[in-house]
Structures are given as C-alpha cells and as structure tokens.
Design a protein around this ligand. Structure first.
Ligand code: GUN
Ligand code: ZN
Length: 434
C-alpha cells in the first residue's frame, strides 16, 4: 500500500490521564498552535506546529484550521441502534417506557431492509456528532447487528455491538430462547468479531428479561471467546431493582446476579448504575468492569442522579453514554452539559477536563481500548474531530470572551452540539463534513 501522510494544524487538546488520579493540570496536553500528523490511518506525530513543521517531508499536505480545536473522537459507551426512531417518547419511566414505546419500535428490526435503513441513519448521526466509537445494543434480531456492522465496516470504524438476548418478560414477538440466543450470538461472533476494527459484545438486555439458563449461556460465550465484550443494564430505576430482587431472591443484590453468572470483567460495561451501593462499586472496580454514565437518559426517564464521586472513590472505570432512545441526544457535548448538572444537583463539580476525559480516554479505558483510541498519542488510530469555534453566532461571541482553554472547553460542552463538529475523521479518513 502506498504511504499516505497528511498533517492538521489547529489548537489541539487531548486527555492523557484521569484528573481524579493525577490532578487537572497533569491530565491533559494542549497545543495552542499544534500539529497532528497522520500516516496510514494512525497518528504518527503530535506537537507544537513550530517544532514539527520544519521536519515535515516536502509535499505533505497541511490542513490549517485557525479557529478550531482538534480533539480525539468521542466514545459513546452505551447506545441503542433500534431506538433511533423513538427518541423523545413522552411520559413514562423505565418499565412502562420499555413496554409502551421501546419494544414495539425494536420489533421493526425483524425486517432487514428496515435494519439497513436505520443503521445508515444511526451511523451518520454518530459521526455528525463526533462519535467515532460506540458500544451499541442491537435488537433481539441478528439482522440488526449485521446491518450495523456492515455499515460500520464500509467506513472502517472502530465499533462494538451485539444482539440483545432476551428470553422472558418481553412480548413473544421480541424474545429469543436461551439456546437460540446463544447460537445466534455465536454466529455473529464468528462473522464479525475481530473483522477490521469491529468487536462483538454479548448483550443480555438486563437481568429481568433473561432466564438463569440464558445468563449461564451468556457467561459461557465469554469463556469460549476471551476477548469479547459484555454489555447490559444495572440499577437504573427503583422499580426495576425491586423486580430483580423478586426474580432472583437467592442473590445478594442486582450486581450479584451478574456476578453469579460470571458476567463481570475488564470488557464488561454496565449502563446507568444510578443506585449502586458502595459494595457494588467496589466489586465492579475489583473486576475491572465499567459503568456507562448516561445523564440525558437518567433525567429524561426520571431515573436519578449518578454518583460519580462514589465511583471515583472506588477507582471504578466510568465512560459516558447517550443511551439513545432513553437519552435525548446523540451529542456527547450535550451529554456532558447534562452531566455537569447531575453533579451540581449533588453539590459537586465536573471540571471541563474531567468531562473531556469521560468522553474520550475514560471511555477508551472503560472499553480496554486505551492503546488504540481516546487520545492523540502517536501510534493510536487516527480517529479525531475538528470542533468549530464559530459553529453558531452565540458560540462564536461567547468564545471571544474566553480567557483560557479551560473556559473554551467548558463553553464548547455547554453550548456545543452536532453543529460544533465541523469534521470527523476515522482511521485517517474524513467520514463527516458539516
Ligand atoms: N433497561 C433494559 N432495557 C433498557 C433500555 O432499552 N433502555 C434503558 N435505558 N434501560 C433499559
Ligand atoms: Zn440502555
């Protein structure tokens, strides 16, 4: 293959550590006039333009963005493909919302044409919002995952997805069986896992919709294929937690159900965790599991406030999730806007650098992918964004008053959304232009 090399000059910012561990100042690198060099889909150099430009071989094209910020691509650690058509459904909390809106909407994925159509819309929406990697729930139908991976493969995206396993407490038209869920997941793993930049996630929806037999087989898949992901929901809503107690009276609590079936580990991501207790956070941390913090969803469904300081106390890996369609935006900038308010309501703060960490390196760590994505370190995938300081008249005017990168970053996260994302790059290729 011929060498392709290109350089991008702009203000450049990336998170290099968790502010909770190293303090804010040591958690990021910022180049006011920076240069990012990309070779064959990977980052080959990052630094000050004044230092790198003289050594750049003649003929390498340099794109210059005088009024923009380059960051790593955003990482959404929890989202549902088949809920794209029902974002913003009125009036219910989790369990009624699932029955009234979610299950009927997901049933449309029985039709492969529908699955293909929505997968295209969904991936465009991710890229328009600057999300270059997502951990994605399909529907119970294997064709939802086939459609998603086929569309992601065409653009060489790093994506993780799985077919929902659900063999009870859901309508007949939307359930598998313990055996069919296992076999269909296995066929998808054989077809897609490790192909290009794609990874498979074993996806039991949540404890109430899987029998003990199905949870056992989900755990078995994880032992048969050691580098698989696992995604599910946990402790989102008080009625849900009560229901889990009734269904699994022999277990100590909600997390213990998943623990019993050997679903915890370094590639396991549990969505929400709003009502987790100290012991559960400690156990999640001990096993290297991660939680997806989904603030727009937790507000929209009235689920509660995620306790990020408690997670930090336990050194628990936390990523950010949009949880569309319980969440109301594909934008991780808008998700951070709401995350800030979640902390405010608990008398705590969310610094813009912690926010950047959650949307990038924190997400990568939650997915055990920090050697590949989440930063702009040389050697990692060239998945990055160009954020436009003049995306809207208000943003442009507001940023003129900003005196530091901290303030600029915070305003981008408060006022920013899909309009802020001028360009999105994946594996060095431009995959979105506003
Ligand atoms: N718990 C089980 N299924 C779901 C879902 O689709 N969305 C959310 N937010 N929580 C769930
Ligand atoms: Zn969800």
């Amino acid at each position: 293959m011929p060498l392709t090399r290109k350089a991008y000059r702009a203000a450049i910012l990336h998170s290099i550590a968790d502010p909770a561990e190293v303090g804010i100042e040591a958690s990021y690198e910022y180049f006011e006039d920076g240069l990012l060099v990309v070779e064959n889909g990977r980052i080959s150099a990052l630094g000050h333009a004044s230092e790198l430009l003289p050594g750049l071989p003649a003929g390498v094209q340099v794109e210059h963005y005088p009024d923009a910020l380059i960051t790593p691509g955003f990482i959404d650690t929890h989202i549902h493909l088949p809920q794209t058509g029902m974002v913003g459904a009125y009036g219910e909390q989790l369990l009624d919302w699932l029955n009234t809106y979610t299950f009927p909407c997901e049933s449309q994925f029985a039709d492969p044409d529908h699955a293909n159509e929505v997968a295209d819309i969904f991936i465009k929406e991710l890229l328009r919002n600057g999300t270059t990697t997502a951990l994605v729930f399909g529907s119970v139908h294997p064709q939802s995952v086939n459609a998603f991976f086929a569309a992601a493969e065409k653009l060489d995206l790093r994506m993780i997805a799985g077919k929902v396993m659900m063999d009870r407490n859901a309508p007949d038209y939307l359930t598998d069986t313990a055996e069919s869920g296992y076999q269909e997941s296995k066929a998808l793993i054989e077809r897609w896992h490790g192909k290009g930049r794609l990874h498979y996630a074993v996806t039991p929806r949540f404890a109430p919709t899987s029998t003990p037999e199905q949870l056992t087989l989900a755990g078995q898949l994880l032992t048969e294929y050691p580098d698989l992901y696992m995604q599910t929901h946990i402790s989102e809503n008080l009625q849900e937690i009560q229901w889990v107690k009734e269904l699994f009276p022999e277990r100590k609590g909600y997390l213990d159900v998943y623990d019993h079936y050997q679903l915890l580990g370094e590639r396991s991501v549990f969505a929400h965790g709003v009502h987790l207790c100290d012991d559960e956070c400690a156990r999640l941390a001990e096993t290297g599991s991660a939680v997806a913090f989904c603030p727009t969803s937790n507000f929209f469904l009235g689920s509660g406030l995620f306790n990020l300081p408690m997670a930090e106390k336990h050194k628990l890996n936390v990523g950010l999730g949009t949880d569309v369609g319980g969440g109301t935006s594909f934008s991780l900038l808008q998700t951070l806007n709401e995350a800030y308010k979640v902390m405010q309501l608990q008398g705590a703060r969310l610094s813009p650098f912690k926010s950047l960490y959650l949307a990038t390196l924190g997400g990568a760590r939650a997915l055990s992918l920090e050697d590949k994505i989440g930063t702009l370190h040389p050697g990692t995938d060239a998945d990055f964004l160009v954020l436009d300081y003049h995306a809207t008249p208000l943003l442009s005017y507001r940023l003129k008053q900003a005196n530091s990168i901290a303030e600029t970053l915070f305003v981008l996260m408060t006022l920013g959304d899909d309009r802020t994302v001028l360009q999105t790059f994946a594996a060095g290729q431009q995959v979105h232009q506003r």
